[in-house]
Design a protein around this ligand. Structure first.
Ligand code: GDP
Ligand code: MG
Length: 174
């Protein structure tokens, strides 16, 4: 069996306002690090990480925006063939939460109707600066039928869980 073999391949796409921590989440999960300072944008289309779930090799192709979200220039091609979307906001930034309906409209317009969407509130290490309560986010995600989780890319809280739970769900619905 070669290193290339896998049982499942899923495309996961991160969306959400600029600055919420999408690139840091991807880096934390795929490389185990939190990049210091600004300029965390990877600059490549996607990162790959293969995980093993119940003896199955699951290859995750994780797409991060290369900063296009700043210019509202994310297009259909970015969403095309995504199996899952990680819709991210920053718990310390009300504005990033208020923009979620706009992102949901994009999802509806561009993504597959079978796509699995996870709502992620990032930066929970900054609890003293929290602007979006857990209850508010939980109610919003429930109304939209989304799975919801809070993370810290910085402290590595719930980042593995986010991707592994998502992979499990993708396998179940594959
Ligand atoms: P993106 O524009 O959504 O890709 O956001 P980035 O990943 O580039 O992160 C934007 C800024 O937020 C950077 O300064 C990061 O260091 C910071 N950041 C990202 N995730 C976290 C986190 O979990 N906690 C804290 N405290 N800062 C974070
Ligand atoms: Mg980025």
């Amino acid at each position: 069996m070669s290193m290339e073999d896998y049982d499942f391949l899923f495309k996961i796409v991160l969306i959400g306002n600029a600055g919420v921590g999408k690139t840091c989440l991807v880096r934390r999960f795929t490389q185990g690090l939190f990049p210091p300072g600004q300029g965390a944008t990877i600059g490549v289309d996607f990162m790959i990480k293969t995980v093993e779930i119940n003896g199955e090799k699951v290859k995750l192709q994780i797409w991060d925006t290369a900063g296009q979200e700043r210019f509202r220039s994310i297009t259909q091609s970015y969403y095309r063939s995504a199996n899952a979307l990680i819709l991210t906001y920053d718990i310390t930034c009300e504005e990033s939460f208020r923009c979620l309906p706009e992102w949901l409209r994009e999802i509806e317009q561009y993504a597959s109707n079978k796509v699995i969407t996870v709502l992620v509130g990032n930066k929970i290490d900054l609890a003293d600066k929290r602007e979006v309560s857990q209850q508010r986010a939980a109610e919003f995600s429930e109304a939209q039928d989304m799975y919801y989780l809070e993370t810290s890319a910085k402290e590595s809280d719930n980042v593995e869980k986010l991707f592994l739970d998502l992979a499990c769900r993708l396998i179940r619905e594959a």
